[in-house]
Design a binder for this molecule. Structure first.
Ligand SMILES: *Cc1c(COP(=O)(O)O)cnc(C)c1O
Length: 355
């Protein structure tokens, strides 16, 4: 770890990531409630049981639910349970499992190869999936077994219900199991305004990694197996990977607090609305360009490097390593109208100075 910057305990001007935001009040309160007294450890407690039930209600099906600390573990352990080591996983070239998980999917699956496909706006191209499966059927090729879909995508777009159904059909045709990286699943649901089952098990998704962290938890993701058979011995996988929380009630409680209050959807809708507002304000500024349709909580901008530098000098944080070189501005449950107004004002001023 780097040495801490002791001068700046709190940072403002945050559009770097939704995981820069704090813990939302509903998650915090639920943890405080779970904090009264003793509870059994390793998931054998009231809170964990209740959180599983709330998730089963949300998805309207009897799924198997597990809680892990972070998204990389959720994705890679889930994928490992869909594949043998001689199989392959098909995903988009921008997929987090490919670009941002340090090879964890290959590691936890003991070498299952990740095969990449292209596709507009961060979404997999179905023709390319078909080609990837069919170009080789001999024993020397890593047999495609899983298809990993990110919803909402790394580029802030969202697969529609129809698109998910089409993906499900392709997967069925080629006997591919579907994994959904839902680090921003709540943002996708808020964007589509559909029941969660419509873009998951009804479309053939076998396992969903449902993100809590970026939607206002201290930490924690739920791994949800709609195909219950695939969850066989998943608890052992979690334990071996160091992902079986002994005080699991604190990973579980935020799900109860945010699901029962509806905050999970409200916060995601708020973050989406902030991104849309930011997009709208920025569209009128000459010299910068919004790169992808804004369907979730991020806005990607193409802008001159000098402008990026000038923004950073004014204290703004944003990422430029995700996607294809643009500047990503990510909104969260905590983003305020004032944050957006201040960012837009600075961009406007700097653009004017440079022209
Ligand atoms: C943030 C994120 C994850 C999870 O990342 P962790 O840092 O491991 O929690 C997974 N997928 C996507 C698309 C993400 O944006």
């Amino acid at each position: 770890m780097k040495r801490a910057d002791l001068q700046k305990p709190l940072q403002h001007h945050q559009f770097a990531s939704d995981n820069y935001a704090g813990i939302c009040p509903e998650a915090m309160q639920a943890m405080a409630e779970a904090n009264r007294g003793y509870a059994s450890s390793y998931g054998d407690d009231y809170w964990t049981g209740k959180a599983c039930e709330r998730l089963r209600e949300l998805f309207e099906t009897d799924c198997e639910v597990f809680f892990v600390f972070n998204g990389t573990a959720a994705n890679s352990l889930a994928l490992a349970s869909l594949c043998q080591s001689y199989h392959s996983i098909i995903c988009h070239e921008m997929a987090h499992i490919e670009t941002d998980e340090c090879g964890a999917s290959e590691f936890f699956s003991n070498g299952t190869k990740v095969l990449l496909v292209h596709g507009e706006n961060g979404k997999v191209d179905l023709g390319e999936i078909e080609h990837t499966v069919q170009r080789r059927t001999d024993i020397h090729y890593p047999k495609p077994r899983a298809l990993s879909i990110t919803q909402a995508t790394e580029l802030g777009t969202v697969y529609t219900v129809d698109e998910m159904q089409a993906i499900g059909e392709v997967a069925r045709r080629f006997s591919l199991r579907i994994h959904m990286d839902g680090a921003r699943f709540a943002n996708a649901i808020a964007s589509l305004n559909v029941a969660p089952k419509e873009i998951t098990w009804k479309a053939g998704v076998d396992v969903l990694c449902f993100g809590g962290t970026k939607n206002g938890f201290a930490m924690g993701e739920a791994v949800i197996f709609f195909n219950r058979e695939l969850a066989f011995e998943f608890d052992y996988r979690c334990k071996q990977a160091g992902q079986l929380a002994s005080k699991m009630r604190y990973l579980a409680a935020p799900w109860i607090g945010t699901l029962e209050s509806g905050a999970w959807l409200r916060h995601a809708a708020h973050a989406n609305a902030c991104a849309r507002k930011l997009e709208k304000e920025l569209q009128s500024i000459a010299g910068i360009r919004v790169m992808f349709p804004c369907q979730a909580n991020s806005v990607f901008l193409e802008m001159p490097p000098t402008l990026m530098e000038a923004l950073r000098n004014r204290g703004w944080h944003f990422y430029t390593f995700i996607g294809s070189g643009g500047a990503r501005f990510m909104c969260s449950w905590e983003t305020s109208d004032a944050d957006i107004a201040a960012l837009v004002k600075d961009i406007r001023e700097l653009v004017q100075q440079n022209t």
